[in-house]
Write a new protein. Sequence first.
Length: 566
Amino acid sequence: MDPRQLGSHALVWLAILIAAILQAVHVARSPTISADGITFIAIARDLPQGVVQSFRSHDQHPGYPAMLLAATRLVQWAGYRAEPGAWAVGGVIVSYMCGLGCVAMVWLLARNLFDTRAANVAALVFAALPVPCWSAGDAHSDTPHLLAYLTAAWLASAGVVSGRALPLAGAGAASAIAYWIRPEGLEVFLVALACLLWQSFRASWTWRRTSVACATLTGTALVIVAPYPILAGKITSKQLPFAKTYKVQTFIQRVARAEATADADAPPAETAPQETNLAVEPSPAENTAASAPAALARAPAAVETAAAPPRYSLPLVLRMLGKALATFFISMAQGFKFVFIPFYFIGHVACARRQPEWLQIAMLALLGVTHFLVLLGVYMLSGYIAHRHVLPLVGLAMPVTALGVIYVAETVARRLKTPPGYAVAIVLAVCCACVLPYSVRAVNREFIPVMAATRWVQDHAKPGSGVVCNSPYVGFYGTLPVAYLNPDAPTLDQALARANPNADYDFVVLHVNAYDYRPEWITQLEPHYRQVRLFDDPSSDRRPKKVLVFQAKDGHVRSQPRQRRS
């Protein structure tokens, strides 16, 4: 990079090229897409069968699945029709292209706030960060949402100051599109509307000018937003237990209930014998006199004790808030990959010295606070904040972070009496080099043993066999009927109650230490299955992660009693 060209528009293309290369390396090194990507593919497959039913039955918003469906149709039209490979490729293409768009949008946002040099540095930093790169190289909705979110923020930052209709209409439309992908997309519209009203009062706009500006922003947003809640019958059910069609406990509710139970000296939930509805069908090698299904076996299953009412004490709420804050700051540190955190805070000093349009800065700060509060709520409801959830905050922080890089470099240049352009280039290059190894790191490798176990079961299964599992990859890469062990079906009995009654569930694949894995499943399997294979996780570096494969012992395990096939 020529230091003299730090103010050139050409550097944004360099940033986009760097992002394209890093994202391509990430895609090439990843053995598969994420589990969330499989969920989005399932929704995309449902869309052609019935749009309204799909809207109502899924918590995820349909914007990204619709984009994924369109991209997959193009991939299939181009000649690649492999299943499920074409769907995975379609999802990655959408995220990949949106990832490049996000780099350009960070550049536009920073240039609008400050100048071209700050925009170039912001775009280069964002292109090198690992978390945006990982998200853009996977079948996630976060990067398409981020592109619409940043577009809305860029247009709104210009529109709220001037009141011009065109950028306000674009901001409302982009925020609404972001909402179709993820519900927090409406944050930009709501914050921009509040800032627009404040600016109209502060600048003494006429009533007509205020009405036109607010109506333009609101009208474009509502026109695009409205079809989803009308057809789905909900604004969103994502992370909102009261909006779901089935009963679900929030994370804080489960913690409060557990503490109330412990305080009452109630015994903890234990594995206890429970009669199951499994039917074990004798194998053909057995005596034909035993053609009727075997007597129902008694298999252990997880049962809950009498649920104590949750008690939301002040210490509990404060402790939960503390954990939420800790999780948030860890995710933010990963979003900046630690290296750029000091530059972000130093950038505020440089920003104050530049004296930019304060309303634009205030609007972005208010957006950040709003998203921060939303993430705290997400933690209270679901118990986690993923690194990719902070991407809007990282994108909004890039302009100020770029000022911090420039400020530090110019300070060093003055002390060393070197040209400022060279100092900025060196500081930027060193910092980006520190994070690049993480940007090209292979992810999703923990699912390699699940895929290997799936292939093994496919090779050894007889016609009519099915598989019980706790991983979506088994159904995604396999062709056998699947009964899922998950929070909706936490026991073997409940999983088989939802399964295909015409399949023999002769195999079980358990991804140990995966999300929502329950150790009591092993005990439930013992009466009917024996372990036949173990697949180690090659990427395990702390605790042992492995995949276990079980096979039915003496007969076929069915979801309901039925006569043995002839």
